[in-house]
Design a protein around this ligand. Structure first.
Ligand code: PLP
Length: 429
């Protein structure tokens, strides 16, 4: 397969951009080979600069749930393009977005827009600290909440992929306020609360962990976190940057019927534009500047183009049939992959929540980071490249969830399963 132009661009990029990419996992470092430079995308497919087309299960790491170049999103953005890109003053679009989010996300009474998931989680934590007057936060090993200092402690995603879950550059003085618990293990959380009485400002969790591959919450886990936070006066933050509008119209909190105090959002709510948001209980949100003393701001926050793209996306997602279809397509894909792996005699497990999925080379069950780490990363590498050669673009890391979108139809799912039959045969060798 020709990758001539991607190779040339990757060399060129490395002269000017550290590692040749603007976000680490894009560099293919953990799977090896040349990252594909993308020339364009349509529907369920992306096309690289060498002219090869791929069925895309990354979807820009989650946002492209409607598929690439959705007509309604395109039209909404075009309309906004004609009247200005950014004003740095309030617009009606921002109220429409805030109202829509508050009407959909459980417990969201007020919301503030920002520009990325990282900004959303970083700001939510500052707010929780300002609200409670406490410093400590609890997070889970293998969960990723963006790259703010306090959250790059035992983190997932690229940090895990590159083996530096706690980054150099995070001052020890900052890291000491971050306590880490074990995902799906309530006893580990209770122990931290008991050892830090009246000290924990908040607990932040991915309600479905999507940055150590895809680990669903065990029954009762999220409710248990809710109860512990209430008992200890800590703010419960659901980081729904990935799961918001992905696992259902009311996100993971709606799906599992557990209401947090604050929720962070990103990805889908921007329809492919840079965006983030955090919101929740009004008494907490009222502490935020200019209503209250906790400072947070952004030159481009609530950007009209991002609001237009996000609103067009969210309005289209207001459709239970679409979520049912996404879930059914994902189940069909995973059933096909499992059957293909079984026929090839390859140990293989999958996880699924709605249209979010995980692929593991090993036996289940997958309950947390320890199980994920036991899987065969080398087999994943072989599988990843075999699929890429056959026109299927999976996340270039064994620690990232995959996504099915509205444009993945019968043809794409069947083609993916057929490619996997050949790929699993190579994994066995
Ligand atoms: N939180 C979660 C759960 C995420 O998956 C991510 C990114 O993948 C982030 C936060 C950070 O978002 P961003 O990359 O937009 O800063």
């Amino acid at each position: 397969m020709t990758t001539t132009r991607s190779e040339a661009l990757f060399d060129y990029a490395q002269q000017y951009i550290p590692g040749g990419v603007n976000s680490p996992v894009r560099a293919f470092k953990s799977v090896g080979g040349t990252p594909r430079f993308i020339a364009g995308a349509l529907g369920a497919r992306i096309i690289d600069v060498d002219g090869k087309s791929y069925i895309d299960y990354v979807g820009s790491w989650g946002p492209m749930i409607l598929g690439h170049q959705d007509t309604d999103v395109f039209i909404a953005m075009q309309k906004q393009l004609g009247i200005g890109l950014s004003y740095g003053a309030p617009t009606e679009l921002e109220i429409e977005m805030a109202e829509l989010l508050c009407n959909r996300v459980p417990g969201m009474e007020q919301v503030r827009m920002c520009n990325s998931g990282t900004e959303a989680t970083m700001s939510a934590i500052r707010l929780a600290r300002g609200f409670t007057g406490r410093d400590k936060l609890i997070k889970f090993e293998g969960c990723y909440h963006g790259h703010a200092d306090a959250l790059l402690v035992k983190a997932g995603s690229g940090a895990l992929t590159f083996g530096v879950p706690t980054s150099p550059g995070v001052p020890a003085d900052v890291a000491r306020h971050t306590l880490t618990a074990t995902y799906n293990d309530l006893a580990s959380v209770a122990q931290l609360f008991n050892a830090n009485r009246d000290g924990v400002a908040c607990l932040i969790v991915e309600p479905v962990a999507g940055n150590m591959n895809c680990v669903p919450p065990a029954p009762g886990f999220l409710q248990g976190l809710r109860d512990l936070c209430t008992q200890h006066g800590a703010v419960l933050i659901f980081d729904e940057v990935m799961t918001g509008f992905r696992v259902g119209i009311r996100g993971a909190s709606g799906l599992y019927d557990v209401t947090p105090d604050l929720t962070t959002l990103g990805k889908i709510i921007g329809g492919g534009m840079p965006v983030g948001a955090f919101g929740g209980r009004k008494d907490i949100m009222q502490k935020l500047s200019p209503a209250g003393p906790v400072y947070q701001a952004g030159t481009l926050s609530g950007n009209p183009l991002a609001m237009a793209a996000g609103l067009a996306t969210l309005r289209k997602l207001d459709n239970v049939m679409l979520y049912a279809q996404l879930e059914a397509s994902t189940t069909q894909l995973l059933d096909g992959l499992k059957a293909a792996a079984k026929d090839a005699g390859v140990a293989f497990t999958t996880t699924q929540v709605g249209s979010m999925f995980g692929l593991y080379f090993g036996e289940g069950p997958i309950r947390g980071l320890a199980d994920v780490m036991k899987c065969d990363a080398n087999r994943f590498k072989v599988f990843f490249h075999a699929m890429l050669d056959r026109g299927v673009y999976l996340a270039p890391s064994a620690f990232e969830a995959g996504f099915v979108g509205a444009k993945h139809g019968e043809a794409e799912i069947t083609a993916t399963i057929n490619a996997a039959r050949e790929a699993f045969a190579l994994c066995k060798a």
